[in-house]
Design a protein around this ligand. Structure first.
Ligand code: SAH
Length: 246
């Protein structure tokens, strides 16, 4: 087995067990929202975004920030309140509507002419636009390009067989000189089927390494009772900065 000791002293493998073949359908995601099976949602937002906000913004203001597979992430509100323009994509209309209603934000909704069946929900103030469709239907001609990305619960939620298309799309959606914060998770993939899926560092490098500098900023122990019930005995969150250079 291919193992290398990382900074935390834990063994990190590139073996992803049987996760490589696993597929979660859009229908299953919609059902999770309907059932309230959304343990991934963080009501208080993510501490790593708070901590590394300066790294994402890099002293810049009025940025366009992308939230792939956004759910109802409260961090979208944080960034909009700081004067940035936020764009998200989420397949569940319920999630999108809950985002606006939970923050008491008035919004309007309109079809997206380029994507059959898709809708765009926009805050009345215009600074938060959430596309309700599959991310694979987006392109830079529809949503433009971004100065920053917050990818939490996104790459790790993408089906392993779709990672390459996802990464190619993300690379297309970012401006040169943008900052992309990526949160992955690390656990023994033979003990839990995911999502979230385990994405080894070697794979981050092969997906993005040709186009940007990759730095691991932090590994955080995030083990909780939920993970113990999944049959795991460790669970880490790993934060990377992908720095696209001009
Ligand atoms: N990033 C959010 C949600 C993580 S869960 C957070 O941090 O809370 C992953 C989300 O992706 C779910 O809300 C699911 O409905 C959505 N999703 C799954 N496949 C998708 C796809 N192909 N396109 C857009 N959204 C998708």
């Amino acid at each position: 087995m291919d193992h290398s000791a990382d900074a935390s002293g834990l063994l990190e493998g590139s073996d992803v067990g049987s996760q490589r073949e696993r597929v979660v359908t859009e229908e299953e995601w919609l059902q999770k929202w309907e059932m309230g099976d959304i343990g991934f949602h963080k009501e208080q937002g993510h501490p790593l975004l708070q901590k590394y906000l300066d790294v994402l913004l890099n002293g810049r203001s009025g940025l366009r920030i992308f939230f792939p597979l956004c759910g109802k992430a409260v961090e979208m509100k944080w960034l909009a309140d700081m004067g940035h323009s936020v764009v998200g994509v989420e397949v569940s209309e319920q999630a999108v509507k809950e985002f606006f209603s939970e923050h008491s934000l008035p919004y309007c909704e309109e079809p997206v002419p380029e994507i059959s069946g898709a809708k765009m929900f926009q805050s009345t103030s215009g600074n938060i636009s959430l596309y309700c469709c599959s991310i694979y239907n987006l392109s830079s001609s529809i949503v433009g390009k971004f100065d920053g990305v917050w990818d939490r619960g996104a790459l790790v939620a993408v089906n392993p067989c779709d990672r390459q298309s996802y990464a190619s799309l993300m690379i297309n959606l970012v401006e040169k000189s943008s900052s992309y914060l990526l949160v992955t998770v690390s656990y023994d993939p033979n003990k839990h089927k995911g999502p979230p899926f385990y994405v080894p560092e070697s794979e981050i490098k092969s997906l993005f390494g040709n186009c940007c500098e990759i730095r691991c900023l932090e590994k955080v122990d995030d083990f909780s009772e939920k993970h113990r019930q999944w049959g795991l005995d460790y669970f880490l969150e790993v934060l990377y900065l992908l720095k696209f250079v001009a």
